[in-house]
Write a protein that binds this ligand. Structure first.
Ligand SMILES: Cc1cc2nc3c(=O)[nH]c(=O)nc-3n(C[C@H](O)[C@H](O)[C@H](O)COP(=O)(O)OP(=O)(O)OC[C@H]3O[C@@H](n4cnc5c(N)ncnc54)[C@H](O)[C@@H]3O)c2cc1C
Length: 268
């Protein structure tokens, strides 16, 4: 059994600069982190590893600096990492990203054993692109079942039984055969910190395997910008029309001023 965890490197700041010419994020000089939801996906895979002993493989598509997040995944305890990196993958929308991730998963499975059972765990959303489309599109590419917003999971040889969040308060229990894909939210678990031994192992003798478009036998019309059906026309920060007002003084003064503002604005 193999568990794949898809992790994306994202800017670790709430306000990023946008290149007005290319409509892409300026990543230079910006701290990059593992997408927060993907840390939960990693944690879940590692909990399942302790209980069921599958091989855990982390995958990321991104530029060479995405190796950092894969090293962090190795330090947390994953067995192997693949970085899908090639200039031809650049500018990918969610469709081209899912296609590329699917090619890598098929390659690993075919080289292991085409009948190998596998589970893919994704974060529900990335904090930069924030579309939440990659997990469902990846499942469709691979023609496997998908269950989103998973809260709890039991794994066996050929199936999973999961509890899925449904609306605000309800939980639905779903069973499906493997292979399958699940996506998780941030409240499913508390991701572990890498141990010192894990960090040493991740940087000393564990390799991140790079796969380019040739290694994936990719069709150039289906990857990167060429394979993208969508184009980001413009990204901008909405203009702030109202300036914040700072209320100062004692609590009583602030309460009085606030009431006056609310009256003046006819809020009550
Ligand atoms: C500001 C901004 C706006 C964008 N708008 C659009 C848009 O409208 N339409 C569009 O098609 N694309 C858009 N993109 C591009 C989009 O971010 C990329 O295609 C990206 O590779 C995946 O989309 P996402 O960030 O929305 O991921 P999501 O679908 O939100 O990510 C969910 C999960 O999928 C997995 N995952 C996602 N990307 C990767 C990866 N590269 N490697 C490994 N696992 C991954 C992770 O597990 C992640 O938690 C935008 C990008 C930015 C920065």
């Amino acid at each position: 059994m193999i568990i794949f965890v898809c992790i994306k490197q994202v800017p670790g700041v709430s306000e990023v600069k946008i290149d007005p010419k290319t409509n892409t994020l300026v990543r230079e000089g910006v701290l990059s982190i593992i997408n927060p939801n993907d840390r939960n996906a990693l944690e879940l895979a590692l909990i399942l590893k302790e209980k069921y002993k599958p091989e855990v493989i982390a995958l990321s598509m991104g530029p060479p600096q995405a190796e950092e997040v894969l090293r962090e995944a190795l330090a947390m305890g994953v067995d192997k990492c693949f970085l899908l990196s090639d200039r031809a993958f650049a500018g990918a929308d969610t469709l081209a990203t899912s296609h590329t991730l699917a090619l890598a998963i098929k390659k690993v499975i075919n080289e292991a054993d085409p009948d190998e059972k596998y589970l893919i765990i994704c974060g529900a959303q990335a904090i930069d692109g924030d579309t939440g489309q990659v997990p469902p599109e990846l499942a469709e590419e691979l023609r496997i079942p998908q269950i989103t917003y998973v809260q709890n999971i039991e794994l066996s040889e050929d199936k999973i039984v999961v509890e899925r969040k449904f609306r605000a308060t309800e939980i639905v229990v779903i069973e499906t055969k493997l292979p399958a894909l699940i996506s998780v939210l941030i409240d499913i678990n508390k991701p572990r910190y890498p141990s010192m031994a894990g960090i040493m192992k991740a940087y000393d003798n564990a390799n991140v395997v790079y796969l380019d478009s040739n290694a994936l036998n990719a069709d150039n019309s289906k990857i990167g910008l060429n394979g993208s059906m969508t184009e980001v026309k413009k990204i901008f920060f909405p203009e702030r029309k109202v300036n914040p007002i700072m209320l100062e003084g004692s609590t009583e003064d602030i309460a009085k001023k606030l009431c006056q503002y609310l009256k003046d604005d006819k809020i009550f």
